[in-house]
Write a protein that binds this ligand. Structure first.
Ligand code: CUA
Length: 307
């Protein structure tokens, strides 16, 4: 009996192993503790100068108590390894979603090449494969309802997959301490029916394509995680605030002064270290290949709109 959500066959499999190991532990704990107690009592010293028989060993008994408990241990090892491998190797027909982790946001990119924020939508009853990479430090994708979890590291892809039973919502955590906002690095997996999923995807894509540029920029500002380092109200976080910077001339620690315009914003997104704002560190990640031309325009328009 499991009081927690088991959202896939895999989750049930993991719990079965876990319960097998638990019951195995309880059974042998009982056998050993009661056995010790029984023999302590049975062979206690009763009389002074009582002679005990001189027994050195018993080969048959020793073989029995070594071999029999070893069998469940071998079962645990193989069952555990098999199940572990199952979560890493996705079926060939799986729906592939790219996951980018960065301080302190998630980005999920769908087969249509688009991404829509901190909610991953997936269809129920279809294997979903996650191809994950980090843009900065080590993060960890943890989806407890599906019993899957894997580190996400820079410069190397890791994979996981799952197959959701039915529509519902599931919490995603970052399970590797990654800095100040680690505990806020949350996302959701929303399981839809196949039909709902297709509709959601089309609707989102259409919204993004038809949205006025400043509005799309505002959405990207949150979806791409710009908001974790750049405020829009003048507050200094890790990076400079966006408030009122359009048209200003900025000083840089490694380049000549420049005016904040479309080209400057574009360069900041694609080659952030080309001009590093004086008084700030060069910690901005590059969005090269992660933004479409229209999205870059949208972000510039959004910055322009922040008077
Ligand atoms: Cu990312 Cu903790």
């Amino acid at each position: 009996m499991m009081p927690v959500t088991q959202a896939s066959d895999y989750a049930r499999e993991v719990d079965n192993i876990y319960m097998f190991i638990t019951y195995f532990g309880i059974f042998f704990y009982a056998v050993i503790v009661f056995g010790v107690g029984y023999f302590v009592y049975k062979y206690r010293r009763r009389r002074q100068n009582e002679e005990t028989p001189d027994i050195t060993h018993n080969t048959a008994l020793e073989i029995i108590w070594t071999v029999i408990p070893s069998i469940p241990l071998v079962v645990m090892a193989f069952w555990g390894f098999n199940t572990y491998m199952q979560a890493r190797v996705a079926p060939a027909d799986a729906l592939e979603i790219k996951v980018i982790a960065k301080k302190w946001a998630w980005e999920f990119t769908y087969p249509n090449g688009m991404s829509f924020g901190q909610e991953m939508h997936v269809p129920a009853g279809r294997p979903v494969k996650l191809v994950m990479i980090s843009q900065d430090v080590i993060h960890d994708f943890y989806l407890p309802d599906f019993r899957i979890k894997a580190d996400i590291v820079p410069n190397r892809y890791t994979q996981l997959w799952f197959n959701a039973d039915e529509p519902g919502e599931h919490q995603v955590f970052c399970a590797e301490y990654c800095g100040r906002d680690h505990s806020n690095m949350l996302a959701k997996v929303v399981v839809d029916t196949e039909e709902q999923y297709q509709q959601w995807l089309e609707q989102k894509a259409e919204e993004a394509m038809n949205m006025p540029l400043p509005e799309l920029g505002k959405l990207l500002y949150v979806n791409k995680g710009c908001n974790t380092c750049h405020s829009i109200d003048g507050t200094r976080i890790q990076g400079p605030s966006f408030k009122g910077i359009w048209g200003q001339t900025h000083q840089f620690s490694n380049a000549a002064p420049a005016v904040v315009d479309e080209n400057y914003i574009r360069e900041s997104l694609l080659q952030p270290t080309a001009r590093v704002r004086a008084g700030y560190e060069a910690i901005m990640p590059s969005f090269q290949g992660l933004l479409r031309e229209r999205e870059i325009q949208a972000l510039a328009e959004y910055v322009k709109s922040l008077k």
